[in-house]
Design a protein around this ligand. Structure first.
Ligand code: LLP
Length: 424
């Protein structure tokens, strides 16, 4: 905080940004992206592990973020043709791209093969057969890793758990050996290894260890059966502190990988998204109104940002810190307030009865740790244009995405003639 400028983000005044650009506005910190990527790499290097880092771009896929992370030496983990095109557009080498995802169309497979992505993570026998057909037609070879489902509960929110037997992701454990063996016989397919990802916002190394222990066992079993395994993709999921969570340090993940897979003689990869990007972003929003409730209920702070901008609280009951950006409000006394967006849904609530400095119409607040799964999950619900985006670095800032023009909301829509017909 600066006595004059209020809340700073990487030395840039958030008040100034809000005044110049308007709100809602996402702000991404270049320095935070860099620092966290370097910290992650350093933690793995300190564990003696050579791990390639494939940023899970679903967390924040802006070209500026991708380009910065590419400059830091990251590859990408993509889950759609669109993400693949974006990663290539940002200059990430196809060979540094892993194509994950539970359902890839033939067209997406062809795009991946033609652009030469380094690895395709496959999730079923059916998908491998389809990939083989596409590869044969294109005279290409798909280097595949089998995403296996280790049946491990990551202990995270129900909606972001992916590694339990009943989740839709991955190949059932008992089928993995047969499917790997069959894949090796298919034309256009080269199985190179295994991939595992058990969920997101994981707050303990224990489920990681359990999953990687199983994967290490499977690597040995495959080899005993004469099948080569060169790569293990350890997935993403490392959690962060949003409120008061005890989030594990990257060293804990590195340790879990080293202790389980370190001796397997495989090339290792990780796919973090949230850990890198979440703390590198805030969402700026202005208080539209303060609605007085009944005497014993907290004031309702109505923001100009809503669940269409930041969907996480409505979807996962997630908690994001909220700070006013002006110096006067930052120091004001706290009282319980409920912070909501203007969208016509009861779930459009950012905070309930939370102690906050008293807010007034016109105040700007920052919703914290919204750099991952923030702007990427925005929609146009309630005909609300997508918010502007800014990137800051060492006190300077630049608009990296203009606020969506209103006319864009109906661009591409056509109205059939019969819609104009009045009742006879
Ligand atoms: N790799 C795979 C195969 C994934 O499915 C995911 C995330 C990641 C890597 C990156 O996970 P991370 O390191 O970011 O936890 N929208 C939700 C999170 C969904 C995560 C989906 N998969 C949220 O806002 O909490």
């Amino acid at each position: 905080m600066d006595a004059q400028a209020g809340l700073l983000f990487e030395d840039a005044s958030l008040q100034n940004i809000a005044q110049s650009v308007g709100t809602p506005c996402w702000v991404t910190g270049a320095g935070t992206l860099r620092r966290r990527t370097r910290n992650l790499k350093a933690a793995f290097a300190a564990s003696g592990l050579n791990v390639s880092l494939h940023y899970a771009m679903k967390a924040n896929d802006h070209l500026a973020t991708l380009t910065l992370l590419r400059s830091e030496g990251c590859g990408a983990d993509v889950v759609s043709g669109g993400e693949l095109m974006r990663a290539l557009q940002a200059g990430i080498a196809a060979s540094d791209i892993i194509f994950s995802g539970v359902g890839k169309t033939d067209m997406e497979m062809a795009l991946a093969l033609e652009s030469g992505v380094g690895q395709i993570n496959v999730e079923s026998a059916e998908e491998i057969r389809r990939l083989s057909n596409v590869a044969v037609k294109l005279r290409r070879t798909a280097r595949i890793a089998l995403r296996v489902n280790p049946d491990v509960d990551a202990g995270t929110h129900e909606k972001i758990s992916t590694g339990r037997a009943h989740d839709k992701f991955g190949i059932a454990w008992d089928d993995a050996l047969d499917i790997y063996r069959d894949a090796a016989t298919l034309p256009g397919i080269e199985p190179v290894g295994l991939a595992v990802h058990i969920g997101s916002q994981i707050l303990s190394p224990t489920p990681y260890k359990a999953a990687y222990t199983r994967v290490a066992d499977l690597v040995r079993e495959l080899r005993i059966n004469g099948l080569p395994v060169h790569i293990v993709d350890c997935g993403g999921g490392l959690g962060i502190r949003y409120r008061d969570e005890l989030a594990p340090a990257p060293a804990a993940l590195a340790g879990a990988i080293r202790d389980t897979l370190g001796d397997c003689g495989v090339k290792l990869a990780i796919e973090p998204g949230r850990w890198i990007a979440a703390p590198a972003g805030v969402l700026l929003s202005t208080v539209i109104d303060v609605k007085r409730q009944s005497e014993d209920a907290p004031d309702l702070i109505i923001l100009d940002a809503a669940m269409n901008d930041l969907a996480r609280p409505a979807l996962y009951d997630s908690w994001h810190g909220i700070l006013p950006v002006s110096p006067e409000r930052l120091n004001a006394a706290l009282s319980p307030q409920t912070v909501v967006g203007p969208v016509c849904e009861s779930s459009d609530v950012f905070a309930s009865s939370r102690p906050l400095p008293s807010l007034r119409p016109g105040d700007v607040v920052a919703l914290l740790d919204t750099g991952a799964y923030g702007a990427v999950m925005s929609s146009n619900y309630n005909a609300r244009p997508l918010a502007a985006q800014v990137m800051v670095d060492h006190g300077q800032w630049q608009i990296i995405k203009e606020r969506q023009p209103i006319e864009d909301l109906w661009a591409g829509e056509t109205v059939p003639q019969w819609c104009h017909r009045a009742p006879e």
